[in-house]
Design a protein around this ligand. Structure first.
Ligand code: BTN
Length: 254
């Protein structure tokens, strides 16, 4: 897959900028908007995304994944989060500290218990197909300190104690996204993708504390279904399925 990197000095948000261009027919599969700074970077929901100028990776990738039906959107989440986790591993594992890089369901990338990257998907559906997708990715790279109230941010530099070249990181990331994406496009191997994702899932199979609309409880993540719902097995054997935002991971392990 060929990527076409479009470097821009400053935008409010790469996702918003991409959306405007798409609406006027100006962007296509493989285009990547990359900026050193966003005036109003967007996180999931109403959250903002903190990033000091020039320090981190801030991109939006345009995909036209017409091989993925609307009901299979979670495939895209798996492809992208696997590629980010693999890229972060390459850097963090080269450091001196022993760290674990995992995907916190559905698409946060964690190093140990801290968030190093996030993804903001905007999928546009036509009929039963994804017509196009704006994949906004933020990876914390060279920023040492964060001042927003984000609960647990961390950067690659906090592990390897030296600056990372952002262009090189971007090219590694795009390579991995391209490989996972093309492989899926030709083989449509759902079960392989799912098992790779689960192998990398934060807190999979560990007894930990969560909270939902009924309050706190202990349980173990045991599966993800085709719609991306998280299955948690409670101590009494009951299995509950959650959509995004219906369950919160509490900080402490038990
Ligand atoms: C999250 O809350 O975890 C999602 C964060 C996504 C941040 C990236 S930075 C580039 C792109 N443009 C945005 O405004 N947000 C995404």
């Amino acid at each position: 897959m060929r990527f076409n990197i479009i470097n821009i000095n400053k935008v409010t948000s790469t996702n918003n900028y991409a959306l405007q261009l798409i609406e006027s027919g100006g962007l296509h599969e493989g285009d990547v908007i990359s900026v050193p700074y966003q005036e109003r970077g967007r996180g999931q929901g109403d959250n903002s995304w903190e990033s000091e100028p020039g320090s981190n990776l801030l991109i939006s990738i345009i995909l036209e994944p017409n091989m993925i039906s609307a009901s299979q959107q979670f495939v895209l989440t798996q492809i992208i989060s696997m590629a980010i986790a693999d890229t972060v591993k390459e850097y963090v594992f080269a450091g001196y500290e022993i760290a674990e890089v995992k995907i916190k369901w559905p698409n946060d990338i964690y190093v140990d218990d801290k968030k190093i990257a996030g993804v903001l998907f905007q999928n546009f559906i036509k009929g039963n197909q994804i017509e196009y997708s704006i994949v906004g990715i933020g990876i914390n790279v060279n920023q040492k300190k964060f001042c927003s109230d984000a609960p647990n941010p961390v950067s690659i530099i906090n592990y390897i104690h030296k600056q990372t070249d952002l262009d090189e990181l971007l090219s590694k990331l795009l390579n991995k996204i391209g490989n996972h994406y093309e492989e899926f496009k030709f083989k449509e191997n759902f079960s392989r993708l799912k098992s790779e994702y689960i192998n990398n899932l934060y807190r999979f199979g560990e007894l930990t504390t969560y909270s939902d609309y009924n309050g706190k409880f202990k349980g173990k993540i045991i599966d993800i279904d085709d719609f991306g719902r998280l299955s948690i097995k409670l101590e009494n054997g009951e299995v509950k399925k959650y959509m995004f935002k219906e369950v919160e991971f509490l900080d402490f392990k038990v």
